[in-house]
Design a protein around this ligand. Structure first.
Ligand SMILES: C[S@@+](CC[C@H](N)C(=O)[O-])C[C@H]1O[C@@H](n2cnc3c(N)ncnc32)[C@H](O)[C@@H]1O
Length: 204
């Protein structure tokens, strides 16, 4: 049976609608923490100009590979085993560094430790082409505050499971992005109290 995330099924259309305009002039996406591969399949079916490279921790790779074999297309190459905290990221040999013009990740930065979040942004700075975008989907805090009580409850649940997990502050992520020469291009409200943040890297 293929790995399946009900949340990914529920949010995949809203994510596609929100990232579509940002991907209009982009060709090659690296996804971090692909989970089940559902977003890769959904986006590449709708956007035939996009090549979408999935990745995740090694344990998740066989499940993603099975989904891509069953449902994917030539624009979803085999998934990479990639831990954000293990530099350098193993981008395919045929692909030079800075070859991705978009990075996408959904529901990962509140699962990882903050050290891993710092790695995420530092490594994005190594593989993202000038002018490329970094898209982060998930719940966020603003000015240190949760946007809803349900997000505060979710954060408490996450920390019970792993004290290093937790909903991140938008401002902290924005600072980490800025260190990699990325500035905010969009902050879009999404269903179920999530956000889609998009940063664009400078072209200089
Ligand atoms: C809640 S799941 C989200 C999966 C998928 N992106 C989605 O939206 O359905 C969190 C994902 O983050 C991945 N992850 C956690 N720590 C990671 C790390 N250090 N490097 C890369 N991926 C990681 C997990 O393996 C898992 O697939």
């Amino acid at each position: 049976m293929l790995p399946h995330a009900p949340a990914a099924e529920r949010n995949k259309d809203a994510i596609l609608d929100a990232i579509r305009p940002h991907l209009a002039a982009r060709a090659r996406v690296l996804e971090i923490g692909s989970g089940t591969g559902q977003h890769a399949v959904h986006v590449t079916k709708a956007l035939p100009h996009i090549v979408w490279q999935c990745s995740d921790l090694a344990d998740a790779v066989p499940g993603i590979a099975a989904r891509l074999e069953a449902e994917g297309n030539p624009r979803t190459p085999p998934p990479l085993a990639l831990d954000v905290a293990a530099p350098p990221w193993p981008v395919p040999e045929a692909v030079s560094p800075e070859a991705f013009d978009a990075i996408f990740t959904a529901n990962t930065l509140h699962i990882m430790s903050f050290t891993h979040v710092e790695h995420f942004f530092a490594r994005v700075g190594e593989v993202l082409a000038p002018g490329g975008i970094c898209c982060v989907y998930g719940p966020m805090k603003y000015g240190g505050d949760f946007t809803t009580q349900s997000n505060a409850d979710f954060d408490a649940q996450l920390r019970t499971r792993n004290p290093e997990s937790g909903i991140r502050d938008f401002e902290t992520l924005d600072d980490l992005a800025y260190e990699q020469e990325m500035t905010l291009a969009a902050d879009t409200a999404m269903p179920a109290n999530n956000r889609l943040l998009v940063w664009q890297r400078g072209t200089g």
